[in-house]
Write a protein that binds this ligand. Structure first.
Ligand SMILES: Nc1nc2c(c(=O)[nH]1)N[C@H]1C(S)=C(S)[C@@H](COP(=O)(O)OP(=O)(O)OC[C@H]3O[C@@H](n4cnc5c(N)ncnc54)[C@H](O)[C@@H]3O)O[C@H]1N2
Ligand code: MOO
Length: 417
C-alpha cells in the first residue's frame, strides 16, 4: 500500500502550523465570579470605571502638612486631627496645621506633603509637632490616579488571566467577568493490554497510566478531561467511542494504537469517520502521531491521535495539543520559552530523528546554563520526565555530541504572575 504521507513524518513546527490552521476558536462564553477566573481567557476588554486609588493618599505613616516646599528643621505645626485609611479628616488643612496620617489614608484638602513620623517629634501633650530631621524633596503622596487612570484598559480580550490580572481587576471592584468557555476534551485510551488501577494484571498486561499522565498534564496547563473512555483495540468498540466523544466534545484525543501494527486502528478509523490531515511526526519521541477531523452529530471535531508510549504522549500533548487548546479557547498561543544551554557531558544517540530529550538544568557561578540528560530516553520510560526542567532540542543529524555543545532547549516552566 502506498502512503499518502511523507515517510519520515512532518517536522514539529510544520505539524503545529498545520494544526493551528485548522482550529477555530469556540465562541461560547460564561460569566464567572472573579475568583473562579484564574487561567481563564477574558472574552472582552475590561476598563477601569474610575481612577485608582481614586483619592490622593499618603504612602507613609506620618503627618500631612500644607507647606508647598520642604520645611526647615525646627518648623512647628499644631496637630488638629487624624486621617486613617477609610476614615478621612473632613476639614480643610490651613498653614501651620498638621494632621496625623497613616499609610493609604486620604490626604486632607489643602495638604501638600507628608512628613514621615521618623522626622518629627510630638510635644508630650500631643498638641504640637516639630521637624527634627531634614525633610526630603519627596511629598510621600500617591496621586489619585497613581495606580490606574480612569478608563485605563485593565485586561484586553483574549488574555489568559493570571494572578496579577485577577488582583488588578479586584482592585478595580470587578466582581464578575465574562470568560471563554473551556474546550471540552474527550479522551480515548486504547489497548488490550491495559489494566485499571486497583486491579491485578495478567502476564503481559500493564497498568494504564496515560490517562493519569494526560489528565494531570492538562490540568497543569489550565485544561482538563471532560469525558474519558478506555477501550480495547477493537475497531467496532473504538468507532463507537470516537463517535460518542466527538458528538459530546469540542475535541477528541486518543492515546495508543496509532502506529502501523495490525491492532493499530486509530488512523484507519480517523480516515473512515472524517479526515486524516497528517500522520507521523519527524520527532523522537512522538513519531506515530495523527491529526485530523472527526465528523459526528453534524459537526467537525479536531482529533489528536497521540502515541501510546507515555513519554511520546506527554511530549506531543505539550507540543501540539496544548497550542491547539489555547487557540480553541480564543487566546494567543504561547509556547514554552526557548533558551540556549550547553551540554554538561558527552551524549551518544542514534541519529536520524530530531529529539526532545528530557534534561535537568544547572547554573554555574558565572550564570552559564548547563543541560544534563540522565538515564535512558526510551519513550516508555516515564522516569525521564520526573524532575525534567528542559526539553533539549537535538537536531536529527547529531549522533556523538561533545560535552559543552550549545543546543536550544525548551524551558518546562510556566509564568507565576
Ligand atoms: N513498525 C513500526 N513500529 C512502530 C513504529 C513505527 O514507526 N513503525 N513507531 C514506534 C514508536 S516511535 C512508538 S512511540 C510506538 C507507538 O505506538 P502506538 O501509538 O500505536 O501505541 P501502542 O502500540 O498502543 O503502545 C505503545 C506502548 O505504549 C504502551 N501504552 C499504550 N497505552 C498506554 C496507556 N494508556 N498507559 C500506559 N502505557 C500505554 C503500550 O503498552 C506499549 O508498550 O510505536 C512504535 N512502533
Ligand atoms: O515516537 Mo516513539 O515515542 O519515538 O518511541
Amino acid at each position: 500500500m502506498t502512503e499518502p504521507f511523507p515517510r519520515e513524518g512532518l517536522p514539529l513546527n510544520e505539524a503545529r502550523r498545520k494544526i493551528l490552521e485548522r482550529i477555530a476558536p469556540i465562541t461560547a462564553t460564561i460569566e464567572l465570579p472573579l475568583a473562579a477566573c484564574f487561567a481563564r481567557v477574558s472574552a472582552q476588554g475590561v476598563h477601569a470605571a474610575e481612577a485608582l486609588p481614586g483619592f490622593a493618599a499618603s504612602i507613609m505613616d506620618g503627618y500631612a502638612i500644607g507647606d508647598p516646599s520642604p520645611p526647615v528643621i525646627g518648623t512647628t505645626w499644631k496637630l488638629v486631627g487624624r486621617s486613617a485609611p477609610g476614615a478621612p479628616y473632613g476639614q480643610q488643612l490651613i498653614p501651620a496645621e498638621a494632621v496625623r496620617i497613616l499609610t493609604g489614608a486620604p490626604l486632607p484638602a489643602g495638604a501638600q506633603r507628608v512628613l514621615p513620623q521618623e522626622l518629627v517629634q510630638c510635644s508630650p501633650d500631643g498638641i504640637n509637632l516639630e521637624l527634627v530631621a531634614e525633610a526630603s524633596q519627596s511629598q510621600w503622596i500617591r496621586a489619585a490616579d497613581g495606580d490606574v487612570a480612569a478608563g485605563e484598559l485593565l485586561v484586553a480580550a483574549g488574555v489568559r488571566l493570571g494572578v496579577a490580572h485577577l488582583a488588578l481587576l479586584a482592585s478595580a471592584g470587578i466582581a464578575e467577568l465574562t470568560v471563554r468557555a473551556k474546550p471540552q476534551l474527550g479522551l480515548l485510551v486504547s489497548g488490550d493490554e491495559l489494566v485499571a488501577l486497583g486491579e491485578d494484571r495478567w502476564p503481559g498486561a500493564i497498568w494504564e497510566s496515560n490517562s493519569t499522565l494526560l489528565t494531570a498534564l492538562l490540568e497543569r496547563l489550565g485544561y482538563g478531561v471532560a469525558i474519558s473512555q478506555v477501550v480495547p483495540d477493537h475497531p467496532d468498540a473504538l468507532r463507537t467511542a470516537l463517535l460518542d466523544l466527538a458528538a459530546s466534545c469540542d475535541l477528541v484525543v486518543s492515546t495508543g494504537g496509532v502506529s502501523a501494527g495490525d491492532s493499530d486502528w486509530i488512523r484507519p478509523l480517523l480516515s473512515e469517520l472524517g479526515e486524516v490531515a497528517f500522520w507521523k511526526l519527524f520527532l523522537k519521541p512522538g513519531r506515530p502521531f495523527a491529526f485530523g477531523t472527526l465528523s459526528a452529530a453534524n459537526k467537525l471535531v479536531p482529533f489528536f491521535g497521540l502515541p501510546g508510549n507515555p513519554v511520546a504522549a506527554a511530549v506531543t500533548a505539550l507540543q501540539l495539543l496544548w497550542p491547539a487548546l489555547q487557540q480553541l479557547e480564543g487566546s494567543d498561543v504561547q509556547l514554552l520559552p526557548r533558551l540556549q544551554v550547553r551540554l554538561a557531558h558527552q551524549l551518544r544517540r542514534n541519529a536520524g530523528r530530531p529529539e526532545l530529550a528530557r534534561a535537568k538544568l544547572e547554573f554555574d557561578s558565572e550564570g552559564n546554563l548547563w543541560a544534563l540528560v540522565e538515564g535512558s530516553q526510551a519513550s516508555s520510560r516515564i522516569s525521564s520526565l520526573v524532575g525534567a526542567d528542559l526539553l533539549l532540542e537535538i537536531p536529527a543529524e547529531l549522533a556523538d555530541i561533545p560535552s559543552g555543545s550549545k543546543l536550544w532547549a525548551q524551558l518546562l516552566r510556566l509564568p507565576i504572575f
